[in-house]
Design a protein around this ligand. Structure first.
Ligand SMILES: C[S@@+](CC[C@H](N)C(=O)[O-])C[C@H]1O[C@@H](n2cnc3c(N)ncnc32)[C@H](O)[C@@H]1O
Length: 428
Protein backbone atom coordinates (compact mmCIF):
# COMPACT_ATOMS: atom_id res chain seq x y z
CA UNK A 1 0.00 0.00 0.00
CA UNK A 2 1.27 3.50 -0.81
CA UNK A 3 2.07 5.90 1.97
CA UNK A 4 -0.29 8.93 1.98
CA UNK A 5 1.54 12.13 1.04
CA UNK A 6 0.81 13.75 4.42
CA UNK A 7 2.43 10.80 6.23
CA UNK A 8 5.42 10.91 3.87
CA UNK A 9 5.83 14.63 4.60
CA UNK A 10 5.67 14.13 8.39
CA UNK A 11 8.20 11.33 8.05
CA UNK A 12 10.52 13.57 6.07
CA UNK A 13 10.19 16.29 8.71
CA UNK A 14 10.88 13.75 11.45
CA UNK A 15 14.01 12.63 9.61
CA UNK A 16 15.16 16.23 9.28
CA UNK A 17 14.54 16.85 12.98
CA UNK A 18 16.36 13.63 13.86
CA UNK A 19 19.26 14.82 11.74
CA UNK A 20 19.40 18.18 13.48
CA UNK A 21 19.36 16.45 16.86
CA UNK A 22 21.99 13.90 15.93
CA UNK A 23 24.19 16.31 13.99
CA UNK A 24 24.18 14.18 10.84
CA UNK A 25 22.07 11.70 8.91
CA UNK A 26 22.72 8.14 7.91
CA UNK A 27 22.49 7.16 4.26
CA UNK A 28 18.86 6.09 4.71
CA UNK A 29 17.99 9.51 6.06
CA UNK A 30 19.65 11.28 3.13
CA UNK A 31 17.80 8.94 0.77
CA UNK A 32 14.47 10.08 2.23
CA UNK A 33 15.38 13.76 1.90
CA UNK A 34 16.65 13.33 -1.65
CA UNK A 35 13.58 11.38 -2.68
CA UNK A 36 11.28 14.26 -1.85
CA UNK A 37 13.36 17.29 -2.81
CA UNK A 38 13.34 19.57 -5.86
CA UNK A 39 16.80 20.13 -7.48
CA UNK A 40 17.68 23.10 -5.25
CA UNK A 41 16.75 21.19 -2.08
CA UNK A 42 18.58 18.12 -3.29
CA UNK A 43 21.68 20.27 -3.81
CA UNK A 44 21.46 21.44 -0.18
CA UNK A 45 21.02 17.89 1.13
CA UNK A 46 23.92 16.59 -0.96
CA UNK A 47 26.15 19.43 0.14
CA UNK A 48 25.44 18.49 3.74
CA UNK A 49 26.06 14.82 2.94
CA UNK A 50 29.41 15.67 1.31
CA UNK A 51 30.52 17.61 4.38
CA UNK A 52 29.21 15.38 7.13
CA UNK A 53 29.27 11.87 5.81
CA UNK A 54 31.81 11.50 2.97
CA UNK A 55 35.28 10.96 4.33
CA UNK A 56 36.94 9.93 1.10
CA UNK A 57 37.98 12.93 -1.06
CA UNK A 58 37.00 10.96 -4.16
CA UNK A 59 33.47 10.42 -2.91
CA UNK A 60 33.19 14.03 -1.76
CA UNK A 61 34.20 15.25 -5.20
CA UNK A 62 31.56 13.05 -6.86
CA UNK A 63 28.82 14.22 -4.48
CA UNK A 64 29.81 17.88 -4.98
CA UNK A 65 29.75 17.39 -8.75
CA UNK A 66 26.12 16.32 -8.38
CA UNK A 67 25.51 19.43 -6.25
CA UNK A 68 26.85 21.52 -9.16
CA UNK A 69 24.59 19.64 -11.60
CA UNK A 70 21.51 20.17 -9.42
CA UNK A 71 22.23 23.89 -8.91
CA UNK A 72 22.75 24.36 -12.64
CA UNK A 73 19.44 22.54 -13.25
CA UNK A 74 17.74 24.92 -10.81
CA UNK A 75 19.32 27.93 -12.58
CA UNK A 76 21.49 28.87 -9.56
CA UNK A 77 24.61 29.40 -11.64
CA UNK A 78 26.36 31.70 -9.17
CA UNK A 79 25.93 29.13 -6.40
CA UNK A 80 27.14 26.40 -8.72
CA UNK A 81 30.29 28.42 -9.43
CA UNK A 82 30.69 28.93 -5.67
CA UNK A 83 30.70 25.16 -5.14
CA UNK A 84 33.25 24.76 -7.94
CA UNK A 85 35.48 27.34 -6.25
CA UNK A 86 35.11 25.53 -2.94
CA UNK A 87 36.05 22.27 -4.66
CA UNK A 88 39.05 23.94 -6.30
CA UNK A 89 40.30 25.16 -2.92
CA UNK A 90 40.07 21.61 -1.57
CA UNK A 91 41.67 20.14 -4.73
CA UNK A 92 38.47 18.17 -5.37
CA UNK A 93 38.09 18.59 -9.13
CA UNK A 94 37.88 15.25 -10.89
CA UNK A 95 37.70 14.71 -14.68
CA UNK A 96 33.94 15.36 -14.73
CA UNK A 97 34.30 18.66 -12.83
CA UNK A 98 36.13 20.22 -15.81
CA UNK A 99 33.19 19.33 -18.06
CA UNK A 100 30.69 20.83 -15.61
CA UNK A 101 32.75 24.00 -15.21
CA UNK A 102 33.02 24.35 -18.97
CA UNK A 103 29.22 24.47 -19.24
CA UNK A 104 28.83 27.38 -16.82
CA UNK A 105 29.14 30.74 -18.56
CA UNK A 106 32.18 32.80 -17.48
CA UNK A 107 33.34 29.94 -15.32
CA UNK A 108 36.86 29.83 -16.73
CA UNK A 109 37.78 33.32 -15.54
CA UNK A 110 35.99 33.14 -12.22
CA UNK A 111 37.34 29.79 -11.14
CA UNK A 112 40.90 30.67 -10.33
CA UNK A 113 42.71 28.04 -8.29
CA UNK A 114 41.32 25.05 -10.22
CA UNK A 115 43.89 22.27 -10.25
CA UNK A 116 45.40 21.29 -13.61
CA UNK A 117 43.43 18.74 -15.65
CA UNK A 118 42.60 15.88 -14.97
CA UNK A 119 42.58 16.73 -11.25
CA UNK A 120 41.62 13.99 -8.85
CA UNK A 121 41.94 10.56 -10.48
CA UNK A 122 42.56 8.55 -7.35
CA UNK A 123 39.71 7.96 -4.93
CA UNK A 124 41.93 8.49 -1.90
CA UNK A 125 43.36 6.20 0.77
CA UNK A 126 40.84 3.92 2.44
CA UNK A 127 38.10 4.66 -0.08
CA UNK A 128 35.35 2.10 -0.49
CA UNK A 129 35.64 -0.32 -3.42
CA UNK A 130 32.72 1.37 -5.22
CA UNK A 131 34.45 4.75 -5.08
CA UNK A 132 37.67 3.18 -6.34
CA UNK A 133 35.74 1.56 -9.18
CA UNK A 134 34.25 4.91 -10.20
CA UNK A 135 37.70 6.55 -10.24
CA UNK A 136 39.18 3.62 -12.11
CA UNK A 137 36.68 4.49 -14.84
CA UNK A 138 36.98 8.29 -14.60
CA UNK A 139 40.77 8.05 -14.83
CA UNK A 140 40.83 5.76 -17.87
CA UNK A 141 37.74 6.59 -19.89
CA UNK A 142 37.28 9.51 -22.24
CA UNK A 143 34.42 11.96 -21.84
CA UNK A 144 31.51 11.06 -24.13
CA UNK A 145 32.86 7.57 -24.80
CA UNK A 146 30.39 5.21 -23.13
CA UNK A 147 32.29 2.15 -24.35
CA UNK A 148 35.44 3.24 -22.55
CA UNK A 149 33.52 3.61 -19.28
CA UNK A 150 31.91 0.18 -19.62
CA UNK A 151 35.28 -1.39 -20.43
CA UNK A 152 36.97 0.26 -17.44
CA UNK A 153 34.21 -0.90 -15.08
CA UNK A 154 34.38 -4.44 -16.44
CA UNK A 155 38.15 -4.41 -16.06
CA UNK A 156 37.84 -3.31 -12.42
CA UNK A 157 35.19 -5.95 -11.78
CA UNK A 158 37.42 -8.61 -13.34
CA UNK A 159 39.96 -7.97 -10.58
CA UNK A 160 37.71 -6.99 -7.73
CA UNK A 161 34.19 -8.33 -8.27
CA UNK A 162 31.34 -5.83 -8.61
CA UNK A 163 27.66 -6.76 -8.71
CA UNK A 164 26.87 -6.02 -12.36
CA UNK A 165 23.89 -8.15 -13.34
CA UNK A 166 24.14 -6.94 -16.95
CA UNK A 167 27.76 -7.70 -17.80
CA UNK A 168 29.33 -10.49 -19.86
CA UNK A 169 26.99 -13.08 -21.45
CA UNK A 170 23.93 -11.79 -19.58
CA UNK A 171 24.60 -8.29 -20.87
CA UNK A 172 24.27 -9.53 -24.43
CA UNK A 173 20.88 -11.11 -23.58
CA UNK A 174 19.61 -7.79 -22.23
CA UNK A 175 21.02 -5.88 -25.22
CA UNK A 176 19.09 -8.31 -27.47
CA UNK A 177 15.76 -7.62 -25.74
CA UNK A 178 16.36 -3.86 -26.08
CA UNK A 179 17.21 -4.20 -29.76
CA UNK A 180 13.90 -5.98 -30.36
CA UNK A 181 11.71 -3.42 -28.57
CA UNK A 182 8.72 -2.52 -30.72
CA UNK A 183 9.02 0.79 -32.61
CA UNK A 184 6.17 3.02 -31.46
CA UNK A 185 6.80 6.29 -33.25
CA UNK A 186 8.10 7.78 -30.02
CA UNK A 187 11.38 7.33 -28.08
CA UNK A 188 11.51 4.30 -25.79
CA UNK A 189 11.12 4.57 -22.02
CA UNK A 190 12.96 2.18 -19.74
CA UNK A 191 12.68 1.85 -15.96
CA UNK A 192 15.57 0.25 -14.14
CA UNK A 193 15.49 -1.05 -10.58
CA UNK A 194 19.00 -0.86 -9.05
CA UNK A 195 21.34 1.72 -10.60
CA UNK A 196 24.47 0.82 -8.65
CA UNK A 197 27.37 2.51 -10.53
CA UNK A 198 25.35 3.10 -13.67
CA UNK A 199 26.98 0.31 -15.69
CA UNK A 200 23.71 -1.20 -16.94
CA UNK A 201 22.05 2.20 -17.47
CA UNK A 202 24.95 3.33 -19.67
CA UNK A 203 24.97 0.00 -21.45
CA UNK A 204 21.22 0.16 -22.12
CA UNK A 205 21.50 3.77 -23.29
CA UNK A 206 24.14 2.73 -25.82
CA UNK A 207 21.68 0.24 -27.34
CA UNK A 208 18.60 2.48 -27.11
CA UNK A 209 20.20 5.46 -28.82
CA UNK A 210 19.70 9.19 -28.43
CA UNK A 211 16.21 10.41 -27.56
CA UNK A 212 15.29 7.49 -25.33
CA UNK A 213 14.76 7.91 -21.61
CA UNK A 214 15.85 5.74 -18.70
CA UNK A 215 14.61 6.29 -15.16
CA UNK A 216 16.72 4.32 -12.73
CA UNK A 217 16.07 3.78 -9.00
CA UNK A 218 18.88 3.63 -6.44
CA UNK A 219 18.46 3.28 -2.72
CA UNK A 220 21.93 4.36 -1.65
CA UNK A 221 22.52 8.11 -2.09
CA UNK A 222 26.32 7.82 -2.18
CA UNK A 223 26.24 5.07 -4.78
CA UNK A 224 23.66 7.10 -6.71
CA UNK A 225 26.09 10.06 -6.83
CA UNK A 226 28.90 7.84 -8.13
CA UNK A 227 26.54 6.60 -10.84
CA UNK A 228 25.47 10.14 -11.75
CA UNK A 229 29.12 11.07 -12.26
CA UNK A 230 29.75 8.13 -14.59
CA UNK A 231 26.47 8.63 -16.45
CA UNK A 232 27.21 12.34 -16.96
CA UNK A 233 30.74 11.47 -18.08
CA UNK A 234 29.41 8.91 -20.58
CA UNK A 235 27.20 11.62 -22.16
CA UNK A 236 25.18 9.04 -24.07
CA UNK A 237 22.53 11.40 -25.44
CA UNK A 238 19.90 9.37 -23.61
CA UNK A 239 18.14 11.10 -20.73
CA UNK A 240 19.13 8.98 -17.73
CA UNK A 241 17.46 10.11 -14.51
CA UNK A 242 18.73 8.54 -11.31
CA UNK A 243 15.97 8.71 -8.68
CA UNK A 244 17.22 8.15 -5.15
CA UNK A 245 15.14 6.19 -2.65
CA UNK A 246 13.28 2.93 -2.10
CA UNK A 247 11.89 1.75 -5.41
CA UNK A 248 8.38 1.25 -4.07
CA UNK A 249 8.26 4.89 -2.98
CA UNK A 250 9.63 6.11 -6.30
CA UNK A 251 7.54 4.05 -8.72
CA UNK A 252 4.29 6.07 -8.23
CA UNK A 253 6.06 9.15 -9.64
CA UNK A 254 6.33 7.40 -12.98
CA UNK A 255 2.64 8.11 -13.54
CA UNK A 256 3.22 11.86 -13.62
CA UNK A 257 6.77 12.01 -14.89
CA UNK A 258 6.79 9.34 -17.59
CA UNK A 259 3.07 8.82 -18.12
CA UNK A 260 0.43 6.11 -18.09
CA UNK A 261 0.99 3.21 -20.51
CA UNK A 262 4.42 4.48 -21.48
CA UNK A 263 7.10 2.24 -19.95
CA UNK A 264 8.38 -0.05 -22.70
CA UNK A 265 10.85 -2.09 -20.70
CA UNK A 266 11.43 -2.75 -17.02
CA UNK A 267 14.87 -4.01 -16.04
CA UNK A 268 15.20 -5.45 -12.54
CA UNK A 269 18.47 -5.95 -10.72
CA UNK A 270 17.89 -4.79 -7.16
CA UNK A 271 16.37 -6.95 -4.44
CA UNK A 272 15.29 -10.30 -5.87
CA UNK A 273 12.93 -10.95 -2.96
CA UNK A 274 10.72 -8.04 -4.06
CA UNK A 275 10.84 -8.39 -7.89
CA UNK A 276 7.31 -9.86 -8.02
CA UNK A 277 5.85 -7.17 -5.76
CA UNK A 278 7.55 -4.38 -7.68
CA UNK A 279 6.24 -5.69 -10.98
CA UNK A 280 2.74 -5.96 -9.50
CA UNK A 281 3.01 -2.32 -8.37
CA UNK A 282 3.93 -1.17 -11.90
CA UNK A 283 1.01 -3.12 -13.34
CA UNK A 284 -1.37 -1.60 -10.79
CA UNK A 285 -0.09 1.92 -11.50
CA UNK A 286 -0.91 1.43 -15.18
CA UNK A 287 2.46 2.71 -16.40
CA UNK A 288 3.38 -0.28 -18.55
CA UNK A 289 2.98 0.26 -22.28
CA UNK A 290 1.06 -2.23 -24.38
CA UNK A 291 3.31 -5.29 -25.05
CA UNK A 292 5.90 -4.05 -22.54
CA UNK A 293 8.97 -6.18 -21.81
CA UNK A 294 10.19 -7.23 -18.39
CA UNK A 295 13.78 -8.38 -17.90
CA UNK A 296 15.02 -9.63 -14.54
CA UNK A 297 18.56 -10.73 -13.90
CA UNK A 298 19.80 -12.88 -10.98
CA UNK A 299 16.84 -15.23 -11.35
CA UNK A 300 18.94 -17.96 -9.67
CA UNK A 301 21.56 -16.01 -7.74
CA UNK A 302 20.34 -15.33 -5.17
CA UNK A 303 17.12 -16.24 -6.95
CA UNK A 304 13.66 -14.81 -7.54
CA UNK A 305 11.29 -17.80 -7.13
CA UNK A 306 8.27 -15.59 -6.49
CA UNK A 307 8.78 -13.60 -9.69
CA UNK A 308 9.11 -16.94 -11.51
CA UNK A 309 5.78 -17.96 -9.99
CA UNK A 310 4.03 -14.72 -10.91
CA UNK A 311 5.24 -14.83 -14.51
CA UNK A 312 4.60 -18.56 -14.96
CA UNK A 313 1.04 -18.10 -13.71
CA UNK A 314 0.55 -14.99 -15.86
CA UNK A 315 1.70 -16.97 -18.88
CA UNK A 316 -0.79 -19.74 -18.04
CA UNK A 317 -3.51 -17.08 -17.88
CA UNK A 318 -2.49 -15.84 -21.35
CA UNK A 319 -1.28 -12.50 -20.02
CA UNK A 320 2.34 -12.75 -21.16
CA UNK A 321 4.98 -14.98 -22.75
CA UNK A 322 8.03 -15.86 -20.72
CA UNK A 323 11.48 -16.85 -21.87
CA UNK A 324 14.22 -17.84 -19.44
CA UNK A 325 17.79 -17.63 -20.65
CA UNK A 326 20.47 -19.58 -18.80
CA UNK A 327 23.92 -18.05 -18.55
CA UNK A 328 27.02 -18.19 -16.39
CA UNK A 329 26.76 -15.51 -13.72
CA UNK A 330 29.01 -12.54 -14.42
CA UNK A 331 32.60 -13.75 -14.40
CA UNK A 332 31.87 -16.98 -12.46
CA UNK A 333 32.56 -19.98 -14.66
CA UNK A 334 30.53 -22.66 -12.85
CA UNK A 335 27.72 -20.50 -11.53
CA UNK A 336 24.45 -20.63 -13.42
CA UNK A 337 22.12 -17.66 -13.46
CA UNK A 338 18.86 -16.96 -15.27
CA UNK A 339 17.80 -13.85 -17.09
CA UNK A 340 14.01 -14.03 -16.90
CA UNK A 341 12.30 -12.14 -19.71
CA UNK A 342 8.61 -11.61 -20.36
CA UNK A 343 6.53 -9.91 -22.97
CA UNK A 344 3.24 -8.67 -21.60
CA UNK A 345 0.34 -9.29 -23.97
CA UNK A 346 -1.40 -6.06 -24.87
CA UNK A 347 -2.45 -3.64 -22.20
CA UNK A 348 -3.57 -5.28 -18.95
CA UNK A 349 -6.97 -3.70 -18.18
CA UNK A 350 -7.96 -5.53 -15.03
CA UNK A 351 -6.15 -6.12 -11.78
CA UNK A 352 -4.81 -9.64 -11.59
CA UNK A 353 -3.00 -11.60 -8.94
CA UNK A 354 -1.65 -15.13 -9.26
CA UNK A 355 -2.82 -17.84 -6.84
CA UNK A 356 -0.76 -18.21 -3.66
CA UNK A 357 2.56 -19.91 -4.45
CA UNK A 358 3.10 -23.40 -3.09
CA UNK A 359 4.68 -23.56 0.34
CA UNK A 360 7.93 -25.02 -1.05
CA UNK A 361 8.40 -22.02 -3.33
CA UNK A 362 7.78 -19.52 -0.53
CA UNK A 363 10.33 -21.42 1.55
CA UNK A 364 12.83 -21.35 -1.32
CA UNK A 365 12.38 -17.57 -1.59
CA UNK A 366 13.16 -17.26 2.12
CA UNK A 367 16.28 -19.41 1.63
CA UNK A 368 17.40 -17.12 -1.23
CA UNK A 369 17.01 -14.13 1.03
CA UNK A 370 18.96 -15.85 3.78
CA UNK A 371 21.80 -16.58 1.35
CA UNK A 372 21.91 -12.89 0.44
CA UNK A 373 22.20 -12.02 4.10
CA UNK A 374 24.86 -14.67 4.71
CA UNK A 375 26.84 -13.37 1.74
CA UNK A 376 26.72 -9.83 3.11
CA UNK A 377 28.27 -11.25 6.30
CA UNK A 378 31.05 -12.86 4.22
CA UNK A 379 29.87 -16.38 5.08
CA UNK A 380 29.38 -17.84 1.58
CA UNK A 381 32.13 -18.70 -0.88
CA UNK A 382 31.80 -19.20 -4.64
CA UNK A 383 31.78 -23.00 -4.43
CA UNK A 384 28.82 -22.93 -2.05
CA UNK A 385 26.96 -20.52 -4.33
CA UNK A 386 27.57 -22.78 -7.31
CA UNK A 387 25.63 -25.50 -5.50
CA UNK A 388 22.95 -23.17 -4.14
CA UNK A 389 21.92 -21.81 -7.54
CA UNK A 390 21.31 -25.39 -8.67
CA UNK A 391 19.10 -25.92 -5.61
CA UNK A 392 17.15 -22.81 -6.66
CA UNK A 393 16.94 -23.96 -10.29
CA UNK A 394 15.54 -27.36 -9.30
CA UNK A 395 13.04 -25.75 -6.91
CA UNK A 396 11.80 -23.22 -9.47
CA UNK A 397 11.51 -25.88 -12.18
CA UNK A 398 9.58 -28.19 -9.90
CA UNK A 399 7.35 -25.76 -8.00
CA UNK A 400 6.91 -22.83 -10.39
CA UNK A 401 7.05 -24.93 -13.55
CA UNK A 402 9.52 -22.56 -15.21
CA UNK A 403 12.68 -23.73 -16.96
CA UNK A 404 15.27 -22.17 -19.24
CA UNK A 405 14.46 -22.43 -22.93
CA UNK A 406 17.71 -21.02 -24.26
CA UNK A 407 21.26 -20.67 -23.05
CA UNK A 408 24.25 -18.52 -23.74
CA UNK A 409 26.97 -20.60 -22.12
CA UNK A 410 30.23 -20.44 -24.06
CA UNK A 411 30.71 -24.13 -23.26
CA UNK A 412 27.65 -26.39 -22.78
CA UNK A 413 29.72 -29.07 -21.05
CA UNK A 414 30.53 -26.59 -18.24
CA UNK A 415 26.81 -25.85 -17.89
CA UNK A 416 26.08 -29.59 -17.66
CA UNK A 417 28.76 -30.09 -15.02
CA UNK A 418 27.44 -27.07 -13.09
CA UNK A 419 23.94 -28.56 -13.19
CA UNK A 420 25.10 -31.69 -11.42
CA UNK A 421 26.31 -29.73 -8.39
CA UNK A 422 24.45 -30.15 -5.11
CA UNK A 423 23.89 -27.62 -2.36
CA UNK A 424 25.54 -28.47 0.92
CA UNK A 425 23.18 -27.02 3.50
CA UNK A 426 24.59 -24.51 5.90
CA UNK A 427 23.86 -24.63 9.59
CA UNK A 428 24.86 -21.04 10.32
C1 LIG B 1 23.14 -5.50 -8.33
S1 LIG B 1 23.17 -3.79 -8.11
C2 LIG B 1 22.61 -3.16 -9.64
C3 LIG B 1 23.62 -3.31 -10.74
C4 LIG B 1 23.34 -2.46 -11.94
N1 LIG B 1 22.02 -2.66 -12.48
C5 LIG B 1 24.38 -2.72 -13.01
O1 LIG B 1 24.39 -3.81 -13.59
O2 LIG B 1 25.19 -1.84 -13.24
C6 LIG B 1 21.76 -3.56 -7.09
C7 LIG B 1 21.52 -2.11 -6.66
O3 LIG B 1 20.15 -2.00 -6.26
C8 LIG B 1 20.04 -1.13 -5.17
N2 LIG B 1 18.81 -1.48 -4.46
C9 LIG B 1 18.57 -2.59 -3.72
N3 LIG B 1 17.31 -2.57 -3.24
C10 LIG B 1 16.73 -1.44 -3.70
C11 LIG B 1 15.45 -0.86 -3.53
N4 LIG B 1 14.51 -1.44 -2.79
N5 LIG B 1 15.19 0.31 -4.14
C12 LIG B 1 16.14 0.93 -4.89
N6 LIG B 1 17.38 0.42 -5.07
C13 LIG B 1 17.68 -0.75 -4.50
C14 LIG B 1 21.31 -1.41 -4.37
O4 LIG B 1 21.64 -0.32 -3.52
C15 LIG B 1 22.35 -1.67 -5.46
O5 LIG B 1 23.10 -0.53 -5.77
Amino acid sequence: MLMPLSVARSLTEAVRQGARDAGFLGRDGYAVLLRDGAPREQAAVLREMATLSCESPGLRACVLNVVVMRLAQAGDLEQARGVLREMARERLWNPLTYQLAGRLPASASSLEGAPPFPGLVDAGAGSHKYVRAAYHALARASFGDAESILRALEEFSGRSWLKFGAAYEKGAVIDGVLQRLPRRGRPSNVVEYGTFLGYSAIRMARVLGAGARIVTFELDPEVACLAMNLIEFAATGVQIDVWTGQCEDLAPRLVEQVGLHSVDLVYMDHSQITYHRDLAQLEALGVLASDARVVATQGLKPGAPLLAWRLAQAEKAGRCSVEVVSSPDCGCRMMEDWVVTAQIHGQPQDSWEPPEPPFQLALLAAECNLMRWRTAQGLVDERRWNGFVQHVRRGVEQHAGLASARDVWPDASVRDRARRLRFERMDY
